[in-house]
Design a protein around this ligand. Sequence first.
Ligand code: DNO
Length: 343
Amino acid sequence: MKMTFRWYGEQDSIPLRYIKQIPNMSGVVTAVYDVPVGGVWELDKILKLKELCENEGLEMQVIESVPVHEYIKLGKPSRDELIANYTRNIRNLGKAGVKCICYNFMPVFDWLRTDLKTKAKDGSNSLSYNHAQLLKCDPKNLHLPGWDESYSTQQLNSLLEEYKGISHEKLFENLVYFLNGIMPACDDTGINMAIHPDDPPWDMFGLPRIITGADSYDKMIEAVPDKHNGFTFCTGSLGAGRFNDLPAIAKKYADRIYFAHIRQLKYGGEKDFTEAGHLTSAGDLDIYAIIKALVKAGFDGYVRPDHGRNIWGEDGKPGYGLYDRALGAAYLNGLFEAIEKEK
Ligand code: DNO
């Protein structure tokens, strides 16, 4: 495995040098942030970003994310042009030595939480999700913490309107159409596409969510068997669905898991959860069993510690501060070393 760390580009408050100082850090996971969704990432922009990383001794082999335009998810006529742009991005990223692209296919919203600073007894804070609270929100006038409010209320309303005609099946068909359009570029460049699961893995505000567990993985492989069609195995996203057996998923799909986001959850009510420190003992996911299943099944992808708490007085980007993610990386390094040596 290769240990990596998410870095939000030059606007990130965490310097690359600090990331490099975390033991065993091979590189960062980053993106071009100043091109609107659907646009083309010019090669020189990508190379500049790569140079920044390499100057600090870090690789840039994983991109998270190249976002997918809503019109591709909706299957609108302009999708062909947008898919052609996406393909150009894949080819440019390939020229820069990128090996893996993380993306998602969630309509309108990415990950959703109801609180970004849930305080624990020890004074740390973390993200949490309360289903009853979410149900009280009006999607047409949404002010959820952390949600990237990239749409005006009017744009959001018309998007929500358009999604009324999109069933789970239709959304899945549109995903397959998209994948078939980009696979030739992946075959040529060797880039692996790694879809991120829906977070949390259930429908939101009546919008369909289709990447929710093992069944979705089976469907995707069956529809697009190309080896470059693979997964970002996110323990927190899949784990929020109590129906998911994470070690079993890790074992079954290890050869298609190109990227692993490892984090911990503490369950509350039936659908509620609070994020926690990475250790198995800190929550309800058996991180040890998950890593063991990955390693034993021959997993050889990229790993990153996922959301951390804010600790030691840090007031970092929710989920993406330095300290707790660095502790997470150290813990994961230890688990991997122990399990690999025992193999
Ligand atoms: C949240 C992240 C997601 C992820 C995207 C991938 O912390 O894991 O926002 O980057 O869903 O496209």
